[in-house]
Design a protein around this ligand. Structure first.
Ligand code: PMP
Length: 286
């Protein structure tokens, strides 16, 4: 089945969808994005992603391409047209193109570009990695200072994943001034003596939609949470570690820089949080 994608008001076969070579998303990474998971043919936390998209656009003085209701309709239509049961929907908004290359933003009447496509991932919720846990390495965080805005400037996170792969690991945790910021595409946590520790929100990390939901659910389950800066050494020495993201949900981490975390298998709290998160989010999916 040929994938049907969405570009600026049209649903097209992927091979027929085009964006201008002058688009600022292409030339300047002047664009923001969201990734929403689909489970059981329904959208997980659509509202959270729509609200964060609104915030990213506002922070960059970028026009919204359409209303939240229209976005929901496009998401649903793509799920339906592509028969997605489990997978993701990628959405990108760019500042558009006024037909040339210029550092100065184009005039106000330049229309933003809106692109969405589906990624079919059968078995996403039962990923084998969640049974085994993943291995991470630490790398320096050399990204810009507004990581709270979900821009498409993903070259360094992409390089980080390649560094991890080369080192025989699955992912990388980034470290700045001695403290872990986040994973290349997820938020980072460790658990010690029953307490979940994660970095507090600021401009230094992405405000994960999954982070917010998981922390709320952990609190509801009477788990202890501490939002504070932490080091790689603390995480290595922890009882368990994990990451969260919209497409990995809650993913246990069993090795950090070659050191085994806890017993080297997914921890009790990470496994429990994954169960609760999947269960509750599927119930609330729209
Ligand atoms: N941090 C970074 C750098 C990310 O790219 C992501 C994934 N978008 C996350 C955290 C997790 O955010 P979310 O739970 O909203 O997917």
């Amino acid at each position: 089945m040929t994938r049907t994608v969405y570009v600026n008001g049209e649903y097209l076969p992927e091979g027929e969808a085009t964006v201008s070579i002058f688009d600022r998303g292409f030339l300047m990474a002047d664009a923001v994005y969201e990734v929403t998971s689909v489970l059981g043919g329904k959208l997980i936390d659509f509202d959270g992603h729509a609200v964060r998209l609104e915030r990213s656009l506002k922070e960059l003085d970028m026009q919204a391409p359409c209303s939240k209701e229209e976005l929901l309709e496009i998401h649903r239509k793509l799920v339906e047209l592509n028969g997605i049961e489990e997978g993701m929907i990628y959405l990108q908004v760019t500042r558009g193109s006024d037909g040339d290359r210029d550092f100065v933003f184009p005039s106000e009447d330049t229309k933003p570009t809106l692109v969405l496509f589906t990624q079919n991932k059968p078995g996403l919720a039962n990923a084998p990695a969640a049974q085994e846990g993943i291995k991470v390495i630490s790398i320096e965080d050399i990204r810009w200072g507004r990581r709270d805005i979900k821009t498409v400037q993903l070259l360094y996170p992409s390089m980080g994943k390649m560094m991890a792969k080369k080192a025989g690991a699955d992912d990388a945790w980034m470290v700045e001034d001695g403290y872990v910021t986040e994973g290349t595409s997820n938020n980072a946590y460790f658990v010690k003596d029953g307490k979940i520790v994660t970095r507090p929100l600021s401009n230094d990390i992405l405000h994960g939609i999954t982070r917010k939901a998981v922390l709320r659910m952990a609190e509801e389950a009477q788990m202890e949470i501490e939002e504070r800066l932490f080091t790689i050494e603390e995480a290595k020495d922890a009882d368990e570690a994990f990451v969260t993201s919209a497409s990995a949900f809650v993913m246990p981490v069993v090795e950090i820089d070659g050191a085994t975390v806890g017993d080297g298998v997914p921890g009790r709290i990470a496994k429990r949080l994954r169960e609760i998160y999947l269960d509750e989010s599927m119930k609330a999916a729209i």
